[in-house]
Design a protein around this ligand. Structure first.
Ligand SMILES: NC(=O)c1ccc[n+]([C@@H]2O[C@H](COP(=O)([O-])OP(=O)(O)OC[C@H]3O[C@@H](n4cnc5c(N)ncnc54)[C@H](OP(=O)(O)O)[C@@H]3O)[C@@H](O)[C@H]2O)c1
Length: 332
């Protein structure tokens, strides 16, 4: 028997997710591997999935969990070389990783260096890859200034660490003084509490009126619309999420006036399949940056499988900092 978090309907995570005891999964098919899951990183998109608000809406029963570290315990035809390996992977929905085993496409599996603990490795696949590709799509170069919203969250911290590692200046926004302190600890030169301060004015002040070269926005809503007022000449705004709700329509005239780029990024649903070589190269770079200490996955808490729905409710309620990791190979 295996244990797995399953949702049969949509709603808030604690309302719809429960631990199910299920028969063992069937053997993996050709080109697939089955992992004994060790650790899973929780993401805001798990909340969106439970609510039925994520652009991908898998039919129930649905198991969330899109970033995992585990050991390959079974391999289908063509994937035998991975048998026994410790790996990281992004499972494809609706077969998420929040359970004792998960079956994934071997093409999205990457060996985990033994120097990186599974708890740390489980924070990398979606969070840091998204930050990595956001900065790539933004064409960030050393010496430029980046504004990142939700700067104490999973993606926000990853963007800050990677931007600092590339020699950029970072301005972060976050909700409340505890979170702005975290942003500064992570390397932000300036952290603005956007629940009590006008971040547009703060950015203007900090850049002598010139604005920032790049905005990475995981929040959406009005924050995205107002971020356009923060851009420098030929600035780039990468929208990666809408934790704060759908943004209002953007008038193209504002992009023309600012000579600005507005760029969308959906990493998990596209890049591992459309750009596998770039994704593997990014994993290697992220593993190396972990080794050098430039990347420090911000694991604030480790919880068990039954505790995961409550942890997702906290994520939805803006009460988390950094990453919460679910461990499955330890006594629950
Ligand atoms: N495009 C992609 O490929 C991709 C990949 C991963 C994640 N994402 C997106 O990136 C965003 C951040 O994801 P994450 O997992 O790293 O989450 P997170 O940043 O750890 O948590 C979400 C944060 O968003 C901020 N927020 C603002 N308004 C909110 C609201 N109304 N409700 C809840 N949170 C609100 C909160 O920070 P403050 O309190 O500081 O405002 C909250 O802590 C999500 O929208 C997610 O869907 C996109």
């Amino acid at each position: 028997m295996i244990r797995r978090l399953v949702a049969y309907r949509t709603g808030e995570p604690t309302q719809v997710l429960s631990v199910a005891e299920l028969p063992d999964d069937p053997p993996p098919g050709p080109g697939e591997v089955q992992l004994a899951v060790r650790a899973v990183g929780l993401n805001f998109l798990d909340v969106s999935l439970c609510r039925g608000e994520y652009p991908v809406r898998p039919d129930p029963p649905m198991t969330p969990g899109v970033e995992a570290a585990g050991r390959v315990v079974a391999a289908g035809a063509g994937a035998e070389q991975l048998l026994g390996q410790e790996v990281v992977a992004c499972p494809a929905l609706p077969r998420g990783a929040l359970g004792s085993t998960v079956t994934v496409d071997a093409a999205v599996v990457v060996p985990r260096p033994s120097t990186i603990d599974p708890t740390i490795a489980a924070a990398l696949p979606v969070t840091y890859q998204t930050a990595w590709f956001a900065l790539a799509r933004a064409r960030l170069t050393a010496g430029e200034t980046v504004l990142v919203h939700a700067g104490a969250g999973g993606v926000g911290i990853a963007v800050t660490q990677l931007a600092v590692a590339r020699g950029a200046r970072v301005i972060a926004t976050a909700g409340g003084p505890a979170k702005t302190a975290v942003c500064r600890d992570q390397g932000a030169e300036l952290a603005v509490d956007y629940t009590s301060e006008d971040f547009v004015a703060a950015v203007r002040d900090a850049t002598d009126g010139g604005g920032v070269d790049v905005v990475v926005d995981p929040v959406g809503g009005d924050v995205l619309a107002r971020s356009l007022d923060c851009l420098a000449f030929e600035g780039r705004l990468v929208t990666v999420g809408a934790a704060g709700g759908a943004p209002p329509p953007v008038d193209p005239g504002r992009l023309i006036a600012a000579n600005a780029d507005l760029v969308g990024l959906s990493w998990g649903s596209r890049y591992p399949w459309r750009r596998p070589e770039q994704v593997r190269a990014a994993y290697q770079a992220l593993f190396d940056l972990c080794g050098s200490g430039a990347v420090r996955p911000p694991v604030s808490r480790v919880v068990s499988l039954p505790q995961a729905p409550a942890a997702l409710d906290e994520l939805a309620g803006r009460r988390t900092i950094g990453k919460i990791i679910v461990r499955l190979d330890e006594k629950e």
